[in-house]
Design a protein around this ligand. Sequence first.
Ligand code: PSU
Ligand code: MN
Length: 303
Amino acid sequence: MTARLEVLPEVRDALTAGRPVVALESTIITHGMPAPRNLETARAVEAAVRAGGAVPATIALLDGSIRIGLAAGELERLAGERQVAKVSRADLPAVLAAGAPGSTTVAATMICAALAGIRVFATGGIGGVHRGAAQSFDVSADLQELARTPVAVVCAGAKAILDLPKTLEVLETLGVPVIGYRCDELPAFYSRASGLAVPLRRDSAAEIAAVMQAKWALGLGGGLVIGNPIPEAAEIPAEAIAAHIETALAEAAAEGVQAKAVTPFLLARLETLTGGASLEANVALVLNNARLAAAIASAFAEL
Ligand code: PSU
Ligand code: MN
């Protein structure tokens, strides 16, 4: 397997020396945001990780190998590529074997990060239990991955297009710690609050790093969710976006959108329905998560 891992020299050096590294996903680049904001954001997120004193490692599949860290030209290539597979756990072997380009979801990024020895990962929002899951059975593979793979995922909660109460229930069932960073409610992606109590609250990166260390030292394995509310200035109040989410969900149902296409469809429709506001919020929350992830990776490296 390690033959398939290609670690960027800067990332390898940092890992060898025990310096902080933050993994970044690539589905958000290829399926989560339109060009040219996708590439601009990917670059800005890497810069935010650096400003926070850690080395960024954007993860993707290129030319038959798992890339841990992309060189500048490769990031550009991925963002500009027209046919990139959205790769979750189930897709990883086939896309790798085909040598096709692939962008990694939260689940696949966790797998690749863990293979490389990276323990902290920043994204926008994790996948979760979709609304109507009682009928569709659509539950993101991200949740199972959090149960099994030892990476802390810094996010703005689960995406508001989801059924947040059910997502929290499943995370509890799977034994995944869900920690609110300086907040008492589960962040709801575009909005700071969800009305749902977050199971745990911690107010510093050092305290979060201590929870990670305790979990893994116990041999519990698996990941953690660190919920970081979107900055106030960028927030879209839940009441303001709720109707647009309903509209986008109704359109997805009417058009028969299914499986991996659901989340990208909903994010793209919301961008149009909100006149671009949801994209601005998405960019702001990812940058905010990159900053916190760098602080957590730094604190964890000091333990
Ligand atoms: N966060 C964002 N935008 C995204 C995603 C996360 O701000 O597009 C992606 C992640 O890669 C996540 C995926 O794993 O959406 C969830 O897809 P699904 O619901 O099909 O599991
Ligand atoms: Mn799904």
